[in-house]
Design a protein around this ligand. Structure first.
Ligand SMILES: [Zn+2]
Length: 293
């Protein structure tokens, strides 16, 4: 049936499947801060190539760059600034680079779920999706010693059963949906779930501005200085509104010599403001859930 022929109950059911419920934006952030900053890095590394069934040696080498150069450079910037962040790691990357994950946790960063091999949830059968997320959670826990409490779905691709699996896993938060700038409670078919959404947006994602494919004509390239400008503006308004600034970056995208300044200058810009709380996604989700009661 074509969409214009759907009855009202059909299109309402689609819209109501997974929805933003009550806002969880607190009156004040931790210790009276007026703005919260959640920096995240999706350590996709080689899985961007593997998840499509690819075996390009060249693109796999770009993925390895994420581990060899990108993550160390990012860790250095975070350490020099005393900033804790969240790293969303496909289980296959954690198995390829267990020392990277252990090192991050040892430095106070969060390592959280990002699928098994960066698979698209909507392309995986429901029972298989469940098995993969459960196996990924066990894998991250085994490697880091910490049970993950949050998930960012690979490519922010959310299937009909993803939320049920997150509930079964007892997750504190998801960070894959886009219904607000500030945290909210996810509602499933009209029922509050208790799961905190820390919303993402493609606007606050480095990959969309920089990615290119040698064998496609598309070159969606934005100058790094323009990307920094967009991120600063997102922060400035979040600060003015007393909200959350959440940013997604990728070690294999922003770890380069000509781009790492974006992270450095952004942190310097943010630190020039009073009363900003830098925290991991897990800490922010726990805070807003507690503050909302
Ligand atoms: Zn990813």
């Amino acid at each position: 049936m074509e969409p214009w022929e759907w009855s009202e109950d059909v299109w309402r059911a689609k819209v109501d499947k997974v929805r933003a419920g009550r806002s969880l934006k607190p009156a004040r952030w931790k210790d009276g801060a007026r703005c919260a900053v959640a920096l995240s890095f999706d350590s996709d590394h080689e899985t961007n190539e593997l998840r499509d069934g690819g075996q390009s040696i060249g693109r796999l080498s770009q993925g390895q760059y994420g581990n060899r150069v990108g993550v160390p450079r990012i860790r250095d910037v975070l350490a020099r600034n005393g900033v804790k962040a969240s790293f969303f790691v496909p289980a296959v990357c954690a198995l390829l680079y267990p020392d990277e994950q252990r090192g991050l946790v040892a430095e106070g960063h969060e390592v959280a779920l990002h699928g098994w091999i960066h698979e698209l949830n909507t392309k995986v059968p429901a029972d298989k999706e469940r098995e993969l997320h459960l196996r990924a959670a066990d894998t991250l826990e085994k490697i880091t010693g910490v049970r993950p409490v949050g998930m960012r779905t690979p490519s922010w691709d959310f299937s009909d059963v993803t939320l049920q699996i997150e509930r079964e896993l007892g997750l504190l938060y998801d960070s894959s949906l886009m219904a607000d700038d500030d945290p909210y409670e996810i509602v499933e078919e009209g029922q509050p779930t208790g799961i905190v959404e820390l919303p993402v947006e493609w606007i606050r994602d480095d990959a969309v501005y920089f990615n290119m494919n040698r064998f496609q004509a598309l070159r969606p390239y934005t100058p790094p200085t323009d990307v920094l400008d967009i991120f600063k503006r997102e922060f400035d308004r979040a600060y003015a509104e007393g909200g959350l600034f959440l940013l997604t970056m990728h070690p294999h995208v922003s770890g380069y010599r000509s781009r790492i300044f974006i992270l450095e200058e952004l942190i310097a810009h943010i630190k020039a403001h009073d009363d900003v709380w830098f925290a991991t996604h897990a800490d922010i989700a726990a805070y807003v859930k507690d503050a909302a009661g």
